[in-house]
Write a protein that binds this ligand. Structure first.
Ligand code: HEC
Length: 204
């Protein structure tokens, strides 16, 4: 082969070698064999969700115990409103707006507003990719996620009880549930939320 062709081929090989990792990265790297087998066993919606994760998160999720996986599935199944676009932060803003609307309803003796808003809060949307992509990677394990159900029940269980009290016109009973709900919000934030909006431009 003439030398010019050889150098051309070498250049092509170098180029291919340098972009190959980028392509693998963009496709999220094809999962290893045993992971493929696990993925095949999942319901289609769950499989699609897990495949949308980075290899790092995917590995953490696959390593969860069957109990934690079942709990996460139940949590997601309890929330049929799914968003393809919204982040957890955006969903949380909406949850806060619903909470404020419950307070307005109670304050204005509008039992219907309070009850509707409480049910809407309990049935909040699930963000794009589910809940797990928005938690710190090192908290995606059985021990840390074990408390999720309790926190979820504190918030949503009390919101539904508030709605029932409001339906009966028991506004004092509804009002008494407000702090139970907020205790659930605060507990989950203390465990899973960093400080919102921290600036990278501050040195101290
Ligand atoms: C399952 C745990 C959990 C529960 C329960 C929960 N939150 Fe959150 N919340 C989070 C996490 C995690 C974030 C951080 C999300 C992010 O920044 O990506 C967050 C963030 C927020 C934010 C900040 C949004 C921003 O712009 O930074 C608000 C407001 C909020 N939550 C309100 C609430 C309210 C109100 C409740 C109770 C009615 C509640 N949350 C219950 C986990 C939870």
């Amino acid at each position: 082969m003439p030398p010019r062709h050889r150098s051309c081929r070498t250049a092509l090989l170098v180029l291919a070698a340098s972009i190959a990792p980028l392509i693998v990265h963009a496709q999220g790297a094809s999962p290893p064999k045993e992971m493929q087998a696990q993925l095949q066993k999942m319901p289609p919606e769950e499989r699609e969700r897990v495949l949308s994760y980075t290899p790092e998160l995917r590995q953490k999720v696959m390593a969860l115990s069957p109990q934690t996986k079942a709990m996460m599935k139940k949590l997601h199944d309890q929330h049929p409103r799914r968003s393809k676009e919204l982040t957890l932060r955006q969903v949380m803003q909406e949850v806060l707006a619903d909470y404020e609307s419950i307070v307005s309803g109670i304050a204005a003796d509008n039992a219907e507003q309070a009850a509707d808003s409480a049910r809407r809060l309990a049935g909040h949307r699930i963000p794009k990719g589910g809940l797990l992509p928005y938690f710190a990677l090192d908290q995606v394990n059985d021990a840390d996620l074990g408390v999720l159900q309790t926190m979820n029940d504190a918030v949503e269980g009390n919101a539904l009880k508030l709605a029932v009290a409001a339906d009966k016109g028991d506004m004092a009973g509804a009002a008494a549930r407000l702090s139970d709900i907020m205790v659930g919000c605060v507990a989950c934030h203390q465990k899973f939320r960093g400080k919102p909006g921290v600036s990278a431009n501050l040195v101290k």
